[in-house]
Design a protein around this ligand. Structure first.
Ligand code: UDP
Length: 242
């Protein structure tokens, strides 16, 4: 696939988005920069961009094969992913299978217990407000999505969980929780953004060792090694490609 990369559209904490010569396509460039706690903590994780690009590509391909529409089009290089251009819906959708993170702090329930059935949460994507949790009524009030769109988003987020959880379990990874973002491509809703150790909590199935961004957030050490381990389990030791 040959596309020409044009100007920068947007630079976020972990990715840069570029326009292309096609109005329907953009390129996501994955950086090694990491932030946490609403960008109060900053750092770099060497090789993270490569891991997140490749891992996301694999998971988007899998979801696509299972009938979940995603923005993924092709992998252009180690750090560049060609994607359909979406009008992003300003909601972060979180799915939880295990108590962790803000669910533990909000409820006072100890980390590690199962969440059955999974819990879906919505957060308002707003840096100024610090991404507050919102409910269906707030989504309607703010006009972020229509009630049928939100029902589709919720159903699709649970379907994504249903595909990813066993896939990761076969690779000895427990999918504790994860964040998804959706957007509109014309009138269709499509899964966007990334699915990576930056946006998922992944625990080793046996040892419960954290193999995700919590190692950076909580200064647990061996951050790079954790990302490489996820790469090995999901993409394989063969390096770039299949
Ligand atoms: N998450 C994310 N981006 C955010 C907030 C959360 O990717 O801005 C992911 C996070 O990696 C975890 C899940 O969503 O897998 C749930 O995060 P939580 O609400 O527990 O917040 P945290 O403890 O990360 O502040």
């Amino acid at each position: 696939m040959t596309v020409e990369i044009r100007g920068k559209l947007y630079e976020g904490k972990a990715k840069i988005v570029y326009a292309t010569d096609s109005p329907k396509l953009i390129v996501q460039f994955f950086k090694d920069d990491a932030t946490a706690f609403n960008a109060q903590k900053r750092g770099t994780i060497a090789g993270k961009g490569v891991v997140n690009n490749r891992v996301s590509a694999r998971l988007f391909e899998l979801l696509g094969r299972r009938g979940v529409p995603t923005h993924y089009v092709a992998t252009l290089s180690e750090r560049e992913m060609l994607c359909r251009r979406l009008d992003i819906i300003r909601i972060e959708v979180i799915v939880r299978n295990v108590i962790a993170g803000s669910l533990a702090t909000r409820t006072g329930v100890e980390e590690g217990g199962p969440v059955v059935p999974p819990v879906v949460e919505f957060y308002y994507k707003s840096d100024e407000l610090g991404d507050p949790m919102i409910n269906d009524d707030h989504v309607r009030l703010l006009g972020l999505a229509t009630p049928p769109e939100l029902r589709w988003i919720r159903r699709t987020a649970l379907r994504v969980n249903g595909v990813l959880r066993p896939h990761l379990a076969r690779r000895r990874l427990r999918l504790v929780d994860f964040k998804l973002e959706f957007g509109r491509a014309g009138r269709r809703l499509v899964l966007g953004d990334e699915i990576s150790p930056d946006t998922c909590r992944l625990w080793d199935a046996r040892t419960r060792e954290r193999l995700d961004k919590d190692r950076f957030r909580r200064d647990l050490g061996a951050v790079e090694e954790a990302y490489q381990e996820v790469y090995r389990r999901l993409v394989g030791a063969g390096g770039p490609g299949r």
